[in-house]
Design a protein around this ligand. Structure first.
Ligand code: GLU
Length: 475
């Protein structure tokens, strides 16, 4: 069996976006599934639009997602000598030729073709030129495309595709300044890097027949292709900045776990029965490039949130805590001043769909709140709540060890002793503890808050009730 080698070949003109990440993932999975290497190639021949910052952003995105590569990154700009050498040999074999058409001539040709209602294309006028070089014109180099026959390939996603060579004109493979063009460098690289499977976005599908002809001219059979359909926003239009977060790292910033994003991406256009949650090992085992949908898929943020929540709830709390940590910093919370992040994750994981949400919900466990939620305070801090809070203070002072179970018991005992329903005791306690009516269960809340903070906050609430009473009797 021949060895599988795949590659991801981004152009470094921006961040790693969701579509690129999915292409990389499919390519990576295909390599991992077959035990072959995954190559990273940076297609940076467009020097004006390529930046080092973008290379870094792409590497950062891949690292965050865990898409590790075995070879590379190879930079096309470091391979110009090689491209020159291949162009030279094509020229010598008559498989490429110099074209001296000026821009004006090409423009005139185009206008004429439009006028006649035919598809604009280069007419091959220098194909058989054997006179001297044309004075004053730096030539481009064109590939001598076959004039007849069809290019046929079996795309692993799209099925059989056949294009007549009469549809393809003689492609420029080197510009007049000598720099090679995309369709040519891709082929040289895919040959030199021994790529067996090219998995890429279907925006390249029209390039493929041209590339196949170049492969053959260079004496190689083309690799197997799989063109991945595009991703649409929830309005049915091609996913773009208008739809909000586009970069993989935006999802990091929004509080997603990488495994949730990876899981979301693998399901975008691929399925395995009705299974939704896949560990990376399961993806590798079950993924098959030929099961990827032909049709475009629609991005669904709700589903991504759902998956993220699944991973937050079921993930190892220590692992989740590690990813939560930067979000605490961003929220201005010092995690050393309260419960451990692992305890926090266990306490809040049912209630937070993102790590940003979790950090926000954790604030009251690390910092004092400014004031009580007004409605909750007037409802729960009536004069009769004062003795309840006092009894709770006494009971909770004696609790040992400070654990969910013992705390639950203490609150329950207090309610029984005062002959009150549990809610009449727990709700004032909750408002005292976190400042508002919403928090995890009271035992979890108090456990996270710790003894010292809990008792101080009960005191604060008692004090608030006393002041309220005093000002009421003054007026
Ligand atoms: N550099 C191309 C892009 O970023 C990909 C080319 C390929 O995968 O063949 O769209």
């Amino acid at each position: 069996m021949s060895v599988v080698r795949t590659r991801f070949a981004p152009s470094p003109t921006g961040f790693l976006h969701i579509g690129g990440a999915r292409t990389a993932l499919f390519s990576w999975l295909h390599a991992r599934k077959h035990g072959g290497p995954f190559v990273l190639r940076i297609e940076d021949t467009d020097r004006e639009r390529s930046t080092q910052a973008s290379v870094n952003a792409i590497l950062e995105g891949m690292t965050w997602l865990g898409l590790d590569y075995d070879e590379g990154p190879f930079y096309q700009t470091e391979r110009f000598d090689r491209y020159r050498e291949v162009i030279q040999s094509l020229l010598e074999q008559g498989k490429a030729y110099r074209c001296y058409c000026t821009r004006e001539e090409l423009e005139a040709l185009r206008e004429e073709q439009m006028r006649l209602g035919i598809k604009p294309r280069y007419d091959g006028r220098y194909r058989d030129h054997d006179g001297p070089p044309r004075e004053g014109v730096e030539p481009v180099i064109r590939f001598r495309n076959p004039l007849d026959g069809n290019v046929v390939f079996d795309d692993q996603i799209r099925g059989r595709i056949a294009i007549s060579n009469t549809e393809l004109d003689d492609l420029i493979i080197a510009r007049s300044d000598g720099t090679p063009t995309y369709n040519f460098t891709v082929v040289v690289d895919d040959i030199d890097m021994n790529i067996s499977h090219v998995i890429r976005g279907d925006d390249h599908i029209n390039n493929t027949p041209r590339q196949i002809n170049i492969f053959r001219a260079l004496g190689h059979e083309p690799p197997v292709f799989g063109h991945v359909p595009m991703i649409l926003g929830d309005d049915g239009k091609r996913l773009s900045k208008r739809h909000g977060a586009m970069s993989v790292m935006d999802y990091h910033d929004l509080g997603f776990l990488p495994e949730a994003v990876l899981n979301y991406l693998v399901r975008l256009g691929w399925s395995y029965g009705d299974q939704e949650v896949f560990s990376v090992d399961e993806m590798i085992e079950k993924f098959d490039i030929s099961d990827v949908n032909k049709a475009a898929s629609t991005f669904n943020t709700e589903k991504l949130l759902w998956l993220n929540h699944q991973y937050i709830m079921t993930g190892d709390p220590q692992h989740v805590a590690r990813y939560l940590s930067p979000h605490m910093g961003r929220a201005g919370i010092d995690p050393s001043d309260g419960p451990t992040l692992t305890d926090l994750v266990v306490g809040l994981r049912e209630r937070a769909r993102t790590l940003v949400e979790m950090a926000e919900k954790s604030r009251c466990f690390y910092q004092e709140f400014d004031q009580y939620d007004e409605k909750a305070a007037s409802k729960n801090f009536k004069p009769e709540a004062k003795p309840v809070l006092e009894s709770l203070h006494t009971a909770l002072s004696a609790v040992s060890p400070w654990s969910g179970e013992t705390l639950h018991q203490a609150v329950q005992d207090t309610a029984e002793a005062l002959d009150l329903k549990l809610g009449k005791v727990a709700q004032p306690l909750r408002v005292a503890a976190v400042g508002g009516p919403i928090s995890p269960s009271i035992d979890v809340t108090l456990e996270l808050l710790g003894r010292e903070r809990t008792l101080a906050r009960i005191q604060r609430a008692i004090h608030w009730i006393e002041q309220r009473q005093a000002s009421a009797s003054d007026s």
